[in-house]
Structures are given as C-alpha cells and as structure tokens.
Write a protein that binds this ligand. Structure first.
Ligand SMILES: Cc1cc2nc3c(=O)[nH]c(=O)nc-3n(C[C@H](O)[C@H](O)[C@H](O)COP(=O)(O)O)c2cc1C
Length: 462
C-alpha cells in the first residue's frame, strides 16, 4: 500500500501565528475570532471533514523582543501576542469531533511536571486518547523573565532539564497507578485499592516529586510525544523521547538528512525507527486556476510584514537589525553563539542551499518566500506535495495557514480529494486513539522500546 501522508493543521490560540502581516487581508478572520469558542469548534469540524490527523497548537510564554531590542514590533503586528492557553479549547473541540486529535505545547522549562502530568491525563480521558504533547524548552528570553529568571537557561541545559522532566512524567503516567486500582468493592468499603497506587519519590537535579499521580490511568497513559529540535542536543532528545518529530529545512535534501540522522539516533536508544514519524512544514496557496493562486500570493505579499518576520527570527537569539546597515555584500555569518533555538538560525547559514550575503539574508524577510510556499491549481499543488513527500522521506506535514479559515477550506476542498485519488491520503480514519492511528499496532500505550515504558510496573497489554 502507498505510504499515506500524515497531516496536522499548524495553529496557535492567538491573533496571529506565522502569517506575518496578514491580519490586514480582508478575508482573514482569525485576529477577530480567535477569542470565540465557536471559531475553534467550527475549525475542528472543518479539519475532521478534511480528515486531518491533528490540530497542533504552538505556544509561547513570552514576547519576541530580540529584534530592535524591543517588544514593539511583535506587539504592533500581533506576532504571537495576544496568545491564549490552547489547552482550554481542547474539550470543546473534542466534544464535536470523534477522530481529530489535538497537540498542545507545554514548556519543560517553566511548567512543573506534577501539574503537567495531571493536565495531560485529564485531556487524555476527556478526548478518549486523542491528545499529544509538543515538548518545548522555550527559546524566548522574555519567558525566562516572566518566570522569575534573569535570563534563559543555557540551550543544552534546557534539554537536560527536559530529559528529567520526561522521566518524572513517565513515573507519574506509567508507574504510579496500576491498571486495576479502581476496584469499587462495597464489601471492603474500597473504591480505590491503596496497594495499587504508588508514590514515585523522584529526587533529581531539577525536580523532587513524591506522588502519587492524582489522575487514574488514561487510555494512552503517556500522551503522544511531539518534539521539534534540530540542534545536535535537540535531535538527541527527540531520538530518545519523541514519537512525532518536526524537522524544518529549506530543501528536501536537508530534511532527509535530519530525518535519517534522527532515525539512526533512535536506534542507538534501542528504539525501532518505525515507531517515529517525521513531519515537516507545508505552506500552500491553492485556487481553481494557477493565475488565481498567484494572484492570492501577490495579495498576501502586499500586506506581508517583514518586521514581524524579523521579530520571529529573534527566537534564534539573533537581532537581525544588527545586520541592517552592514555592507550587503558581506558574507552573512553569526559572530557569536546564542542560547536561542538553533533551528531558525540554521535556515540562513548551515541549512541554506548556498552561502548567503547579508543582503540575500535580509531579503528573505521582505516577502513570502516563494521557495517555501507551494502555489498553484489543485493538481500542481498535489504534484508538489507528492514530490516533497517522496524526496524528503518524511511521513507527513504541518500545514501552515496564511488566511484562515479560507486557505484551509480551499485546501480541503481542492487538494485533499486529489491526494486521496492518488492513494496518498486516507479516505477514512483508522479507529482508536491517536497513538493507534499513527502506529497501527493495536496498542494505545507506549511501545515497549520507548524509554517511558521501562517505568511500567507490569507490561500492560492495553
Ligand atoms: C514545527 C515546529 C513547532 C514549534 N513549536 C514551538 C512552540 O510552540 N513553542 C516553542 O517555544 N517552540 C516551538 N518550536 C521550537 C522548538 O521547540 C525548538 O526550540 C526549536 O526547533 C529549536 O530547537 P533546537 O535549538 O534544538 O534546534 C517549534 C519548532 C518547530 C520546527
């Protein structure tokens, strides 16, 4: 059978997300409606009609304030601020869908593992196993200062802390409660058997947690683990813990490199690489005709905000304003290291198809990047997606939105049917939990080769 494409809708509970400046486009509704529950309920129903695997909510806990050393460019363009807590949308979206899953982003640097474990057990119960966790270590200095730190914890150390955070989480989700602890025995006046609910007594470098977990076991126990790091340390973390990994890169070759590297690293951790899905980015502008699609592209470019794009680049730790005014013919290179996210910085240097000059690097922010967006009529778009899917070796994509919900509606109406005809996309959902849908091996809980399963008291056959 042809390998089928996994599709997540890449979203954020915010006025704007990645489509910089497009709040000015007359068809864009999100910056007015993101606060209304019925906006997200309608979106969930639309995505389920399009048989999306999940809606994937990004999240940040601070403002991008590196560019021009100011929060103003981000606030002015609504760049991921205002932003609300997406976890509070999930129950409503789950109540109007049966198969769509939900990924939310939680930071291992600022959230406590004990409270986070209960959040995900609760959502796993309420969604009947349709929840995933996008694990981030957070790359914004303002987030550090929002949580009482003078500055960010160093890049690699954030991942060390995240490793321990996941260890505590596995102990709570996999070890603390045995499967049949809830016994409802009226004779012995026992609802829950205390012999089957265990403290975890974790004492580590970053966390001290007694337990037991406060939630009874949910169907997946550990939510499906998403992660998106492409630095050495990030890929190491992903290879150990993640089940769905997001890799970005300007060319299919670069994406294939990351994909193969992560799969090899996973094998070193004793994991079967087939228990990992690799997802990359997809941005699409589709219309009935090629001309109409390129007309949309030009309309979007007219309202594009290069300031917001430069502000978002600040997640790399680099203030791109420092390169403005430099001789444009100078080679573009970073003179100092940063503790930000390596992924964004790499797109202009080690991951760039060729060495860039300062002028070429700065030009990347001036408009929608034609090399990173598929524009065309339905069959042109389907051809490009199929090519990207086959050349990069990924298992699927995070579909970025430009104008919402219009572009998503066009994609579902015009592109999905062609991918289905080609056997590249499902015509019906697999039954079961998110983990069963992604990895059809008939089990909702972590596979035995995942490090989280070593904390289990008994290998439960669920
Ligand atoms: C698809 C994708 C989604 C991401 N979502 C978030 C997010 O919601 N919040 C966040 O703080 N970081 C997010 N990141 C950033 C990653 O968590 C990570 O910090 C970044 O990729 C740099 O990792 P590295 O330094 O290991 O390369 C995302 C990255 C990618 C590629």
């Amino acid at each position: 059978m042809t390998k089928q494409i996994i599709l997540n809708a890449f979203e954020m509970s915010s006025s704007m997300h990645n489509s910089h400046g497009l709040w000015k486009h007359p068809d864009n509704k999100r910056h007015r409606r993101y606060k209304d529950l019925d906006y997200w309920i309608e979106l969930a129903k639309l995505l389920e009609r399009g048989m999306f695997d999940a809606i994937f909510f990004a999240d940040v806990l601070g403002i991008y304030d590196i560019y021009q050393k100011s929060k103003d460019p981000s606030i002015r363009d609504g760049l991921q601020v205002p932003v609300n807590d997406a976890s509070l949308l999930i129950s409503a979206m789950a109540s109007v869908t049966e198969n769509l899953s939900f990924a939310i982003t939680v930071s291992t640097t600022y959230e406590p593992p004990f409270g986070n474990a209960r959040r995900f057990s609760t959502l796993d119960h309420l969604t009947k196993g349709r929840i995933a966790w996008n694990v981030v270590t957070s790359y914004l200095p303002n987030a550090a200062r929002n949580f009482g730190l003078p500055d960010m914890i160093k890049h690699d150390e954030r991942y060390n802390k995240a490793d321990e955070f996941l260890e505590v989480s596995y102990k709570l989700w996999e070890q603390s409660w045995e499967d049949n602890a809830m016994i409802e025995n009226v004779e012995t006046n026992t609802l829950v058997d205390p012999e089957k609910v265990h403290e975890i007594n974790h004492e580590g470098t970053y966390f001290k947690v007694e337990g037991p977990h406060l939630s009874e076991p949910s169907i997946q126990r550990t939510p499906v683990i998403y992660q998106a790091g492409t630095s050495e340390r990030g890929r190491e973390f992903a290879a150990k813990h993640a089940e769905c990994i997001f890799v970005g890169g300007p060319t299919p070759e670069r994406i294939r490199f990351y994909t193969e590297d992560i799969r090899q690293r996973a094998q070193k951790h004793g994991r079967n690489p087939d228990n990992i899905k690799i997802i990359s980015f997809l941005s699409v502008i589709v219309a009935e005709t090629t001309e109409e699609a390129w007309q949309k592209f030009e309309e979007y470019n007219k309202v594009w905000s290069s300031d917001a794009a430069k502000a978002q680049f600040g997640a790399s730790g680099y203030d791109i304003a420092e390169f403005e005014g430099v001789d444009p013919n100078e080679p573009f290179e970073y003179k100092k290291s940063t503790e930000g996210g390596h992924y964004k910085a790499a797109t202009l240097t080690k991951d760039a198809p060729k060495k860039l000059s300062v002028g070429e690097a700065l030009k990347r922010f001036e408009s929608l990047d034609r090399t990173q967006i598929i524009v065309g009529n339905p069959s042109e778009v389907a051809d490009a997606i199929q090519r990207q899917f086959e050349e990069s070796g990924v298992d699927g994509f995070n579909l970025n939105h430009l104008v919402t919900p219009g572009d998503l509606e066009s994609f579902i109406e015009l592109v999905i049917p062609i991918l289905q005809e080609r056997g590249l996309y499902k015509k019906q959902y697999q039954s079961g939990t998110l983990r069963e849908k992604l990895f059809p091996r008939g089990k909702s809980i972590l596979p035995d080769d995942h490090p989280g399963s070593q904390y289990r008291r008994v290998l439960t056959e669920r």
